[in-house]
Design a protein around this ligand. Structure first.
Ligand SMILES: [Zn+2]
Length: 268
């Protein structure tokens, strides 16, 4: 039995998400669309098969938009993702019910979203762990952090109007299946902050992720959310290798209390 040298206790949300199809949007116009899969290398899989590893991008932005939509639904003013209030021509950019990102902090009335997500002026309380995925059967044994999903490319043709003549061919990469997202809390969350975060997650399936959302892609179903207390300990073994131990406890009661705390009940 090792004696552990360092120890840290954190809280996090572990979220299980299923998507029938989510597209990356790496279409015909390079740089013209949001790319939600970022290639970060290859991994040696079973039978020596090489698999590409990707980071799923856009998850933080997805939650950001869910928070905005939920707050609007509940009549609560929160930060918009934009810091600009008007365009260069002086046209207003902010929809009703929102203030520019970080404006609430300047005014000394920090909104619930800013308390969680921060802005340039203040760090977020939430740290999103990168979701690294690889194609099924390509998961390397040494790569515990990599999740297996179905990843493929749909080849599409853009046809000239009223003809069968292809004017451009392009591939759109997509992924499908179930993955786990972990959001670590950098500092303690107040009950109402936790409640707003949990309810935003419940709201998030209403909002698609990534490209081709209008064509039915990017559907995200949240299967399960667990609030966890994690105790992480590390030490060295006799060869100097780092040995890590993680103990996890689910905090269902605290989750319930959070859900009750936001939005605050206004007494009649
Ligand atoms: Zn705000």
């Amino acid at each position: 039995m090792e004696e552990f040298q360092v120890k840290r206790t954190i809280k996090r949300l572990e979220i299980s998400i299923q998507t029938p199809i989510a597209k990356t949007g790496n279409g015909a116009v390079a740089g013209g669309k949001v790319n939600n899969l970022m290639l970060i290398g290859t991994t040696k899989g079973e039978k020596g098969k090489e698999g590409k590893k990707y980071v799923v991008k856009g998850l933080r932005g997805w939650l950001n938009h869910a928070m905005m939509a939920l707050a609007k639904e509940m009549g609560v003013e929160v930060c918009h993702t934009s810091e600009k209030t008007e365009s260069q021509k002086g046209e207003p950019l902010l929809p009703e019910g929102f203030h520019a990102a970080g404006k609430c902090l300047e005014n000394g009335e920090e909104c619930i979203k800013h308390r969680l997500m921060g802005s340039f002026g203040k760090q977020s309380k939430l740290k999103f762990e990168p979701v690294v995925i690889t194609s099924k059967a390509c998961k390397g044994k040494e790569d515990e952090e990599v999740q297996q999903m179905h990843i493929a490319t749909e080849v599409r043709n853009a046809l000239a109007f009223h003809t069968k003549k292809a004017i451009q061919d392009f591939g759109e990469r997509y992924f499908a299946g179930t993955f786990t997202l972990r959001i670590e809390f950098r500092t303690k969350l107040e009950a109402e902050e936790l409640g707003f975060l949990l309810k935003s997650l419940l709201y998030a399936p209403e909002i698609g992720l990534g490209a081709a959302v209008n064509n039915g892609a990017g559907k995200m179903k949240i299967l399960k959310v667990a609030l966890q207390e994690v105790v992480r300990e590390r030490t060295f073994d006799q060869k100097g290798r780092v040995v890590e131990r993680e103990r996890v406890r689910n905090l269902w009661k605290e989750m319930q209390e959070g859900l009750k705390a936001w939005p605050k009940k206004v007494s009649a």
